[in-house]
Ligand binder design. Structure first.
Ligand code: ZN
Length: 417
């Protein structure tokens, strides 16, 4: 830890109190790399100071994961062991507050057969899905990050101060500085995002129209009863608010699965299963991806879109103005948590049933009837070009500009409509 200890404690505290919002008496499940054990200790202590009943730690060691993938066979790796399933089942009873600290080397899985990787993750996800569905919306969780040496070197190749530079960027995006009160800044930030979501919800748009000089020419239909959400989420079991992603800049909803037309052109590379897909576009017809083109990673992109029936359909539409601090940092983080908060994006794959009224209590089958997409994957890709324009269209055909030149068209409608 080369950064000032005080700043790191401030960050750990922010993750626990504002992000996860750990409540007195709650069990906490922390997932963190063995390399970040010092930071893990700060998080654990902050959890207990917030009143946690018990903090359990899942240690991640990506070198071991890589070796397992290189040497163990696919069938063995795909099998979810009884104790792993029992642990997930226990979580459906304890509903622990979950804290994930992302710090992985983006190249950790280089050299591992991508078919093996996606095959293993697909079979494991299928077994775990009922448990994931059972705790969805009923526990608080947050994903934050910590800069590992390998990750920093990936972002800043050849820079002796790579870790410090990644630290600076992370702290900038999560609004932690020597001289500020990050809790107060997060309050203002989440209020702004929620005011924009409220404005969108009041407009009654039935579809969105995207256009950009790079070739993006796209219309997506919305689900009439689905809400736009952002920043905070609420645990329906205890009413506690939490911030699932730190940083977060997006306002998102799930569009009507199977109802979109046109081409989306990506403006940033996509890192999927530790591999890069670059300079790509996806064309949709009748709501399904029918073709895609990538300068790099064509085969990978095709496979991603064929992971299952829902993988070729949209699960998320998200609005992020180009002024986002992540975008201002100006480099690729090789980590969705950051890269998806750079600009406007979509995700193929699983949608969010919680955007529906009473969505947390709906089964995935019921959510699908409303138009929420279902899939084992959820992969974000960025389309927020600097000249992107987005119009909202109502059922009667009237239109209102939402985005112009990559940012909010009307800055003045913050919260007063
Ligand atoms: Zn998103």
């Amino acid at each position: 830890m080369s950064m000032c200890k005080n700043l790191i404690e401030k960050y750990a505290d922010l993750i626990v109190r504002t992000g996860a919002n750990v409540q007195p008496g709650q069990v906490v499940q922390l997932t963190v790399s063995v390399e970040q054990h010092e930071f893990a200790a700060l998080i654990i202590e902050a959890c207990y100071k917030a009143g946690a009943k018990k903090v359990n730690v899942d240690w991640v060691f990506d070198v071991a994961s890589r070796l397992n993938f290189l040497y163990a066979d696919q069938e063995t790796l795909s099998r979810v062991l009884p104790w792993e399933e029992a642990k997930m089942k226990q979580m459906t009873e304890d509903l622990p507050c979950r804290i994930y600290i992302a710090s992985d080397d983006p190249d950790a899985m280089n050299g591992v057969d991508p078919h093996k990787l996606s095959g293993v993750s697909a079979s494991r996800a299928t077994v775990m899905k009922p448990y994931r569905n059972a705790i969805e919306g009923k526990h608080q969780w947050v994903i934050a990050s910590y800069p590992s040496k390998k990750w920093a070197e990936k972002c800043f190749p050849g820079c002796p101060d790579a870790v410090d530079r990644l630290w600076d960027a992370i702290l900038r995006t999560v609004r932690v500085r020597e001289d500020n009160d990050p809790v107060a800044e997060w309050k203002a930030h989440t209020d702004f995002i929620e005011s924009k979501a409220a404005w969108l919800n009041a407009q009654g748009f039935s579809s969105l129209r995207y256009k950009s000089k790079n070739g993006t020419d796209f219309t997506v239909e919305l689900i009439p009863e689905a809400k736009w959400e952002g920043a905070r989420a609420k645990n329906s079991e205890n009413g506690a608010f939490y911030i699932p992603n730190m940083p977060t800049e997006e306002i998102f909803t799930s569009p009507m699965a199977g109802r979109c037309e046109g081409t989306l052109v990506a403006v940033k590379p996509l890192s999927w299963n530790s591999q890069l897909i670059e300079n790509f576009s996806i064309t949709f017809e009748h709501g399904k991806a029918v073709s895609c083109r990538a300068e790099k990673g064509q085969e990978l992109l095709e496979r991603m879109l064929k992971m299952d029936d829902g993988a070729a359909m949209l699960g998320e539409v998200a609005l992020v103005p180009k002024e986002s601090p992540v975008n201002q940092c100006g480099f690729l983080f090789y980590e969705t948590l950051f890269d998806e908060n750079a600009c406007c994006h979509f995700a193929v794959g699983m949608g969010f049933k919680e955007v529906l009224p009473g969505g947390d209590d709906l089964s995935m089958e019921q959510a699908k009837e409303h138009g929420i997409n279902d899939s084992i994957i959820h992969v974000d890709f960025m389309v927020g070009a600097d000249d992107l324009s987005i119009d909202g269209i109502r059922p009667d055909g009237t239109r209102t500009p939402i985005f112009r030149n990559g940012t909010w068209a009307m800055q003045e409608n913050e919260g007063n409509e």
